[in-house]
Design a protein. Structure first.
Length: 132
């Protein structure tokens, strides 16, 4: 199941599909609901699920806070990280190696930060991916 964190305007959407929580929206407060890739629809949930959502949101926000250039991280068959580099939106495809959707030369420091942020995101969800 896909897991992701997406910066969307002043909000952050987290697709979780874990612990009975499909998605979390963070925009000053924590909301639990469904996200179809475009729209977030809030759902009423128990206090227990809301507390779980708060815990996950805190972990994930902590993981990505050191990566302001990142727009989104998506994990499915590999990790897809969308970020801004020299004013351009670029997507990194992270598996056993890192490739990009553009013919662009990314400096090693930036690439290492992308890998580190991706690892932090995966760790915050207790997920594993080989060789990232």
């Amino acid at each position: 199941m896909t897991k992701s964190v997406i910066k969307q305007g002043n909000s952050i959407i987290i697709e979780l599909y874990k612990g009975g929580i499909e998605a979390i929206k963070v925009n000053g407060e924590i909301k639990v609901g469904e996200f179809d890739g475009v729209d977030f629809v809030e759902k009423s949930v128990s206090e227990e699920k809301l507390n779980k959502a708060r815990d996950y949101a805190k972990k994930i926000l902590n993981a990505i806070s050191s990566c302001p250039c990142i727009i989104s991280i998506v994990f499915s068959d590999m990790i897809y990280t969308k970020f801004v580099y020299n004013g351009q939106e670029v997507v990194a495809f992270i598996s056993n190696c890192v490739t990009y959707n553009k013919q662009i030369s990314i400096d090693k420091d930036t690439e290492n930060r992308l890998l580190e942020c991706s690892k932090k995101f995966m760790n915050s969800l207790d997920l594993k991916q080989k060789e990232i």
